[in-house]
Design a protein around this ligand. Sequence first.
Ligand SMILES: [Zn+2]
Length: 232
Amino acid sequence: MKKILIIASHPDDEVLGCGGVIALACRKGYSVRVVFLAEGVSARYNEEEFSSNKVIAEIDKRNKNAYKALDLLGVSEKEIFTSNRYCCRLDTLPQIELVKDIENHIEDFKPNMVFTHSGDDVNMDHRVSFMASLAALRPIKSQSVSDFLTFEVLSSSEWNTLNPFKPNYFVDITEVLEIKINAMQLYDKEVQEYPHSRSPEMLTALAKYRGSQSYFNAAEAFYIVRKIKNSI
Ligand SMILES: [Zn+2]
């Protein structure tokens, strides 16, 4: 059975980046684990407010939304790992902390495929998550992982107009596009009105654009960092 590990900085990145693939994988009976490296709320507040009941309640709500969204996509609750690390501050932590966290999940879950952020995103947490994943997946011993890919996240990847996401792997998500958008809408505070890029219209537009690059009605696009096969 295939096992897919998603390393995401914040709850909602997994749906934006590969919600379609998650839904397809779950429908096929694959095992999917989602690991968040940070919460996604505290960056909106001053540091003095981080321990306030309001911020703690919002972090809790965001995590609950993650469980709801991933349940809709088909992920088992026991394969969802939230984090209390402060968001937009992952670059202030020793990299080894994140690398060890990812290594432990690889050791425990033994995934075949790993998806994480693009290293060119505007969001620094996304970049740090990519670098930590790259380090955790370094090929120094026999690993279960044969496919290591990055995804694009609207309101981060496309904002780097100097170095936009350059996909080389496309997956037809036509049959699950609606469920991906419904899952995103469960993150009620993160969905915005068009023309914001986290609007249902823009999720659809990106899926259609990536579809047009691969001749599907709707697609998710990825970049293959490494693909390993033991035979041709
Ligand atoms: Zn994010």
